[in-house]
Design a protein around this ligand. Structure first.
Ligand code: A2P
Length: 288
């Protein structure tokens, strides 16, 4: 299904045929203003062609500025943003997407994601809240405002419920994924249902970068711990979204095409003890 992956322009292919560059630049916790603008511009300058943001990050305006200042053509960049929990429902979702488009200064998105599922803990109607929101996503998709639609932080139970009413199934599930937090049940569900897994916090939010096991494997390849973690997600067939605001890290985190982890190294990283998660657990997803 996928073509050769040997640089930042190499693409994976979503279930609807849309091509998605194999490493994305993450902007979670990147402050709006100069920092977001300049880091996005830097990422595009060193060759990233996929930028991931969210309404809740509060940096869409600056991300849009960075896109424009980079001089890279709109059609050559894959842009994802996410719908926040305060806009659940069909109409609200369409309005939220329009607001994000306006903030980014774009007239279409490449990928739009439900940031967090509505969950049992929030409302007994969680399943219909997600279904209504998803109707908005399907409308945006049909109207050509977004080239692909998906979810983030959905567990199999949330996806299974969505399946009951969805006319178009999500093409992507963006979840936290890194050594020590692999969410195998979610990954298996996504694989079986044709959804690409995107890995947020592939560096474990920075925690893995001083892990002796990761450092040892990295040293064996003359690579950094960060590059090792990005490569690890890629070799699992996932799409990593490393985040940094530092120019040299932005560049080096993407130098992941000149080495490969061995099966044994992959197995060692797979077996790492749980290092915990970096945001909410989906069962405790934010209410909005
Ligand atoms: P900074 O933005 O200051 O570089 P994740 O992508 O897993 O969420 O990890 C992001 C965290 O890791 C951020 O705190 C980021 O800090 C840090 N980070 C990203 N790349 C590197 C790197 N190459 N070396 C050290 N820290 C990094």
């Amino acid at each position: 299904m996928n073509t050769k992956i040997d640089n930042l322009e190499s693409c994976l292919v979503l279930s609807n045929g849309v091509r998605i560059p194999c490493v994305g630049f993450g902007t979670r916790q990147t402050p709006s203003g100069d920092v977001a603008r300049d880091s996005v511009r830097k990422a595009l300058e060193v060759g990233y062609r996929h930028i991931d943001t969210a309404a809740a990050y509060g940096n869409e305006v600056s991300v849009g500025e960075g896109l424009r200042l980079s001089g890279v053509k709109r059609e050559d960049v894959f842009v994802t943003t996410k719908h926040w929990t305060d806009s659940r429902g069909c109409k609200q979702t369409v309005a939220a997407a329009e607001k994000s488009l306006m903030a980014l200064g774009l007239d279409y998105l490449d990928l739009y994601l439900i940031h967090w599922p509505a969950v049992e803990k929030i409302s007994p109607d969680w399943a219909s809240l997600n279904a209504d929101t998803w109707q908005g996503f399907e409308k945006l998709y049909r109207d050509g405002k977004v080239r692909a639609i998906g979810v983030s932080n959905f567990l199999p139970e949330h996806l299974e419920a969505l399946k009951a009413t969805a006319e178009v199934m999500p093409m992507v599930n963006q979840i936290e994924f890194h050594p020590g937090y692999m969410q195998n049940d979610v990954v298996d569900y996504c694989r079986a249902n044709g959804m690409l897994v995107e890995a947020w916090s592939p560096l474990g939010c920075g925690r893995l970068l001083s892990d002796p096991l990761v450092e040892k494997i990295a040293a064996a390849h003359g690579k950094s711990a960060a590059q090792t973690c990005v490569r690890y997600a890629m070799q699992h067939g996932h799409l990593p979204l490393p985040k940094s605001v530092h120019a040299e890290r932005i560049a080096s985190n993407a130098e992941v095409f000149d080495f490969a982890l061995t099966d044994k190294e992959m197995a060692v990283l797979d077996a790492m003890p749980e290092t915990g998660f970096s945001g909410f657990h989906p069962k405790d997803a934010p209410a909005g």
